[in-house]
Design a protein around this ligand. Structure first.
Ligand code: 5GP
Length: 143
């Protein structure tokens, strides 16, 4: 998928937003949704998306939409730090397939990092849903 193109309303995150696909939700406000990544790169790996912006990537999003996403990214980063006590936290965002993007609805990854854990982007297996829900509940309680 090119860095430029048309937004596909049938991408997996659009389906999650329409309630057509499940997600383990951590946080929601008027403009943004945060949920657990089902192929987590670490304990507490979350994704933050905009609910109204039909943006594939950083090039497409409005400045206001981006500000709304980033406010939630910071809120969830703080909650993850409080709830999970990681040694570090990575925030990532990929634009276009060659950069590593696989879902073409703009999203930010919040990836808590623990000393000695070296998992790379898109290398994890599918999470156990009960475990994911338990982690989401810890973070929710800290938002
Ligand atoms: P990207 O590689 O586009 O930056 O990240 C897409 C992310 O979405 C990946 O980390 C992948 O694990 C995650 N993902 C893909 N499909 C689903 C899904 O159906 N549900 C959830 N919660 N995450 C997904």
């Amino acid at each position: 998928m090119s860095i430029k193109g048309t937004y596909d309303p049938d991408n997996i995150f659009a389906k999650i937003l329409r309630g057509e696909m499940p997600c383990v939700k951590v946080y929601e406000d008027d403009h943004t949704l945060a949920f657990m990544d089902v192929f987590p790169q670490s304990r507490g790996h979350m994704l933050v998306i905009h609910k109204q912006e039909q943006a594939r990537n950083m090039l497409d999003v409005s400045a206001d939409g981006l500000a709304q996403i980033m406010a939630s990214v910071q809120k969830l980063t703080r909650a993850a730090e409080q709830a999970l006590s990681p040694d570090g936290i990575i925030i990532t965002q990929f634009n276009g397939a060659p950069a590593g993007q696989t879902v073409f609805h703009l999203h930010f990854h919040i990836i808590p990092k623990y000393a000695g854990d070296l998992k790379a982007h898109a290398s994890g297996g599918m999470a156990d849903m009960d475990e994911l829900t338990a982690i989401a509940n810890l973070i929710k309680a800290a938002v």
